[in-house]
Write a protein that binds this ligand. Structure first.
Ligand code: SAM
Length: 215
């Protein structure tokens, strides 16, 4: 089941920071159920190599030797672009079907089943962490932000990338006001210099990108 509806970052703050019991994360469970092998295959055809994922990988400055993690990697479009640039690539997604597709697509990638709220990677292990159109699905966004900071090496960057929503409009993504709140919360959680930017990747696609640095 895919739940729509307005879920700004305020929902994250309400959820609070704390250990996540994997048995009690309904959104993650619904994501697992949502992506049957057939649907994951279909999605991977539609979003096999979208320009947007390439633009985001370029925006994040991914290059040879960079340790790169995509949270909510889906079928691995960003992983493929990062690997093609010589990065050391890892991905995580709660959907086993998505993980299977991403791993088959990018043989060099370390792709694991898991969720943003409990990343199955060690501390200080990535230079660049991104998530594309995934953050708004996270059951506990604040826990995910804390986890991303944990796995980032010093001076590493997290880029939260979401479709830009008009203020007051429901849908998948974040409005500029949501992005402002998110940047403020990232600062409180220990990210240095959160910034907000936008990226247009086609006439229909504009993303908002909130970036924070691990100090
Ligand atoms: C709209 S898809 C985007 C996939 C990919 N990033 C892309 O751009 O094609 C959202 C992805 O987020 C994943 N997701 C949902 N909840 C998540 C969570 N709590 N932690 C990590 N990923 C999650 C879903 O399984 C799905 O693969």
């Amino acid at each position: 089941m895919h739940r729509h509806g307005r879920r700004g970052i305020a929902a994250t703050t309400d959820a609070g920071v704390g250990p996540v019991d994997p048995r009690n994360v309904p959104t993650v469970h619904s994501e697992v159920e949502r992506w049957s092998p057939f649907k994951a295959w279909l999605y991977s055809l539609i979003r096999r190599s979208p320009k947007s994922n390439l633009a985001i990988v370029e925006y994040a400055g991914v290059e040879e030797g960079v340790r790169f993690l995509d949270i909510g990697c889906g079928p691995g479009a960003a992983l493929a672009h990062a690997a093609a640039r010589g990065a050391m690539v890892a991905g995580v997604d709660p959907s086993p079907s998505m993980v299977e597709r991403a791993a088959a697509r990018v043989g060099s990638a370390d792709v694991r089943v898991g969720s943003a709220e409990a990343l199955p990677f060690s501390d200080d292990s990535f230079d660049v962490v991104i998530n594309v159109a995934s953050f708004h699905h996270w059951a506990d966004r604040e826990a995910g932000l804390v986890e991303a900071l944990r796995v980032l090496a010093p001076s590493g960057t997290l880029h939260v990338v979401e479709g830009l929503l008009r203020e007051g409009k429901d849908g998948h993504g974040l409005s500029r006001r949501d992005a402002d709140v998110l940047a403020g919360r990232m600062l409180e959680l220990g990210y240095a210099d959160p910034t907000i930017d936008s990226l247009r990747t086609g006439w229909r696609h504009e993303y908002v990108i909130v970036t924070g640095t691990a100090s």
